[in-house]
Design a protein around this ligand. Structure first.
Ligand code: EPU
Length: 421
């Protein structure tokens, strides 16, 4: 099993280039199923989750050409695309459920295994299904599968009880080919939603309001191919910002959109980190003054991202003062706490709250990456822990960070991939 071996070295210093966004490219790839001809997606990150989505699209009959050297993928979908997603792929990646909306819109049917819970929570898809039903689809659950079908989808008003990212994306992708107008309220406002709307609009869809809490979609008869550049990954950006801070380093982060990481910038500044930016670059300077603590509450965008909570906790264990971290998005996203505590973090949790003491001297230990962002937090903690941190189950980390080891090494970190048992 592959492991990362991380050792404390000098503060990180230099430049790093951010890859395309995982959580933007996956829905774009699913949306490509809606086009008649081949769609080209550029700035695609080289990630395991992208490979799984390629395999899923191929299993449905799409012709997918992957060129990771150029970070491009082209996807051509035949008219007789299949409508059933294989269990083996859906179980590898929950985002597989994003093919439901496009398949329902294109073929009138989608059959997907129930994705089940994962380390960070139960993650039901009731809101996705509520949206499909509002558009006129019937939903059946049988033998561990969910089947949605509709002779013809009709535009409708949908209200989401929670601004779910996946439900917003799935319902948008179903509604673009529905007859008439749909208004979806209390939708997610994440930049990935805006990127998907831009992609669909390039294909000929009529979507307005993406990035606000209400999206209006006028259904069209068909969609055509398009070319699109994926937005930079705001969570990879935030992770490198925190990496610079935790090592008290000085890092220029390129291909990063400051507007997408406002809460991370605000919170790092509260800790005493100096941050400067222009349109596409963020300079993080943590080598000037001692850092202090701040409290964190995760929220849907534009609030502080749950996907940055574990990494921020790694930082907060090292700064002066205690902190409270509240996780409101996922009910079980403190799996990294037990692992950070193995390294001497001394964090206590109670329900959705974690109490951190600060100024802990972390020590290298054998720890497990229980999920993607938890794994990233352990890497960051390992960069400042005395001795060697051995992180196992790093396939979780490789699901979402392109070339993490090389990028950190270029900044002066001591981190290597070990495949010895
Ligand atoms: N929820 C429901 N019912 C639904 C859908 C969601 O109750 O039908 C709940 C979830 O259980 C969760 C909350 O709503 O408690 C938020 O879930 P959401 O649907 O917004 O998340 P998602 O679409 O499953 C995406 C990202 C996650 C990220 C969340 C929140 C992708 C592929 N995944 O997941 O990314 O944490 O939004 O921002 O876009 C990651 O990259 O590490 C990651 C987990």
């Amino acid at each position: 099993m592959a492991k990362y071996l991380v050792q404390k070295k000098a503060p990180l210093y230099g430049e790093v280039e951010i890859s395309g966004s995982k959580n933007a490219v996956l829905p774009l790839m699913a949306a490509a199923l809606l086009a008649g001809e081949s769609c080209e997606i550029m700035s695609v990150p080289n990630l395991r989750d992208v490979e799984v989505m390629c395999a899923l699209l191929k299993s449905l009959g799409a012709v997918v050409v992957e060129n990771y050297e150029k970070n491009q993928i082209s996807i051509a979908t035949p008219a007789d695309v299949a409508h059933e997603a294989p269990y083996e792929l859906v179980k590898k990646m929950r985002a597989s459920v994003l093919v439901m909306g496009p398949l329902l819109a294109k073929t009138g049917k989608a059959r997907v295994p129930l994705p089940g819970g994962c380390a960070i929570g139960a993650r039901p898809i009731n809101l996705h299904l509520k949206g499909f039903q509002a558009l006129g689809a019937t939903v059946e659950k049988q033998h561990g599968f969910i089947e949605v079908s509709a002779a013809k989808l009709k535009g409708a008003d949908v209200y989401l009880d929670f601004p779910s990212v996946g439900a917003t994306e799935n319902i948008m992708m179903a509604a673009v080919l529905a007859e008439g107008t749909s208004v979806i309220e209390n939708v997610a406002q994440e930049p990935e939603i805006v990127d998907l709307a831009n992609f669909l609009n390039k294909m000929g869809a009529k979507i307005k309001g993406a990035g606000t809490d209400t999206i209006k979609i006028e259904g069209v008869k068909s969609l055509k191919s398009c070319k699109h550049n994926v937005i930079p990954d705001r969570i990879e950006t935030g992770t490198f910002m925190v990496a610079a801070a935790v090592t008290r380093g000085n890092v220029l982060i390129k291909n990063a959109l400051p507007n997408h990481v406002k809460p991370v910038i605000a919170k790092l500044r509260e800790c005493g980190v100096i941050i400067e930016f222009d349109d596409e670059n963020i300079l993080v300077r943590a080598d000037e003054r001692p850092l202090i603590s701040t409290d964190i509450k995760t929220l849907p965008y534009p609030g502080f991202p749950t996907d940055m909570q574990p990494q921020f906790m790694a930082l907060l264990t090292t700064v002066k003062g205690s902190a409270v971290v509240m996780e409101t998005v996922f009910e079980n996203r403190f799996m990294h706490v037990a692992e950070l505590n193995q390294m001497g973090a001394g964090i206590q949790t109670e329900g959705r709250y974690a109490l951190l003491q600060g100024e802990r001297l972390l020590q290298g230990a054998r720890v497990i990456a229980t999920d993607l962002r938890a794994g990233a937090a352990l890497v960051l903690a390992g960069l400042v822990a005395e001795g060697t941190t051995e992180i196992s189950e790093v396939y979780h980390i490789e699901r979402g960070y392109a070339n993490l080891v090389d990028k950190l090494r270029n900044l002066g970190a001591s981190i290597s991939l070990s495949t010895n048992p």
